[in-house]
Design a protein around this ligand. Structure first.
Ligand code: HEC
Length: 163
């Protein structure tokens, strides 16, 4: 009997917990769009700029590459969760997220995971202390950004409105 009671109590706790989570995570579409824009806006200044300095031979701080790559991966994992259906321009007129994100979701998610993989690889190269390996991996990182941002000038990219 005690067992059942504590099982019920536990179930109650879990239910209360998940309610708390859904409440604290409940964001308006505008807030979700702002969160993903913030992540994208900070990718370069917070993480990739320092990585590029080493990749371009302007710095030898390989340790920074490992740290920054790990930070970028965390940010990108969060980014991937910030595209709930209904958070495009139909709800947030200022978002630059294109409808293709939702209509071609598998390709979009693959572009994110490709960037995560390329960034993880440059971090691993850095951990081995091999600057040449860091340099060799850099174009793959840039290419992975291009999967979403590339294309003809002013096109904004496959998944992003130019303005
Ligand atoms: C999986 C697709 C994807 C990849 C890969 C990607 N981005 Fe983005 N990026 C987007 C989307 C979508 C937006 C617009 C977000 C919004 O407005 O809600 C964006 C916005 C931005 C912005 C914000 C300002 C703007 O012009 O909208 C910058 C800066 C940016 N990205 C840089 C980068 C860099 C640097 C990389 C590679 C390190 C990268 N992005 C990789 C999809 C991607």
């Amino acid at each position: 009997m005690i067992r059942i009671v504590s099982a019920l109590a536990l179930a109650g706790t879990v239910a209360a917990f998940s309610t708390a989570i859904s409440v604290s995570w409940a964001q308006t579409p505008a807030e979700v769009a702002k969160a993903r824009e913030d992540i994208m806006d900070h990718l370069w200044p917070n993480y990739y700029r320092d990585i590029s300095q080493v990749a371009r031979g302007n710095s030898t701080d390989v340790a920074a590459v490992a740290t920054k790559a790990a930070g970028a991966v965390d940010a990108l994992k969060k980014f991937a969760t910030l595209f709930p259906p209904g958070s495009g321009r139909e709800a947030v007129p200022t978002t630059r997220a294109k409808p293709e994100i939702w209509s071609q979701r598998a390709e979009f998610d693959k572009a994110t995971s490709d960037l995560i993989a390329a960034t993880t690889a440059i971090g691993e190269a850095a951990k081995s202390g091999n600057v040449e390996a860091v340099k060799a991996q850099w174009p793959k990182v840039a290419e992975a950004c291009g999967a979403c941002h590339g294309g003809p000038k002013k096109s904004g990219g496959k998944f992003r409105f130019e303005e």
